[in-house]
Ligand binder design. Sequence first.
Ligand SMILES: O=P(O)(O)OC[C@H]1O[C@H](OP(=O)(O)OP(=O)(O)O)[C@H](O)[C@@H]1O
Ligand SMILES: Nc1nc2[nH]cnc2c(=O)[nH]1
Length: 187
Amino acid sequence: MTEVPSAAELQVILKEADLLAGPEQIEAALQRLTVEIRERLADQVPVVYCIMNGGLVMAGQLLPRLDFPLEVGYMHATRYRGETTGSSELQWQAPPSVPMEGRSVLILDDIFDEGYTLAAVVAACRAQGATEVMTAVLTNKIHDRKAPGFDVDFVGLEVEDRYVFGFGMDYRGFWRNAPGIYAVKGL
Ligand SMILES: O=P(O)(O)OC[C@H]1O[C@H](OP(=O)(O)OP(=O)(O)O)[C@H](O)[C@@H]1O
Ligand SMILES: Nc1nc2[nH]cnc2c(=O)[nH]1
């Protein structure tokens, strides 16, 4: 069994981390995303999918601002599984929960890092018959290791090329509940 770090150890991780975006910057990013998404999808009655687990906080904060009719679904695709580097294999832990044939689909996730997760999720939605698939992320990590031929449609904030946590994103499974976006010391 993997040992759970103590509360004191996890407090040190947060204390030593660099704050990249605080609640005010995140609020402004969510507001911008709301306006852009409304413009594109307000009359489409889309299925809005939360990608578990990382997308949970962003979806929870964004959905009540989308003041137009939509359905909510979830799916869990994971490639990092508590590590700070991604595996080449994407694991599906929960398949899409709402049928999407003939529908507009909006995918919500916490971070567009290398992009292999979202590229695979979008391909799966198309394979299931979605007519249009859009992606919105809270953060886009800036580097030149992106999956070729794929981009996201809506971005809240840009973050530097470090391992980040908070607002849905984990550090080894913890601190998804941190109210800002932080970069781990030394990573
Ligand atoms: O752009 P990529 O390099 O593919 O990485 C981005 C993905 O990594 C994280 O998920 P993770 O695999 O950690 O699963 P989790 O959401 O359950 O933590 C995050 O939530 C994104 O879905
Ligand atoms: N928590 C977290 N998950 C990720 N998945 C891909 N990149 C990251 C990152 O920087 N932080």
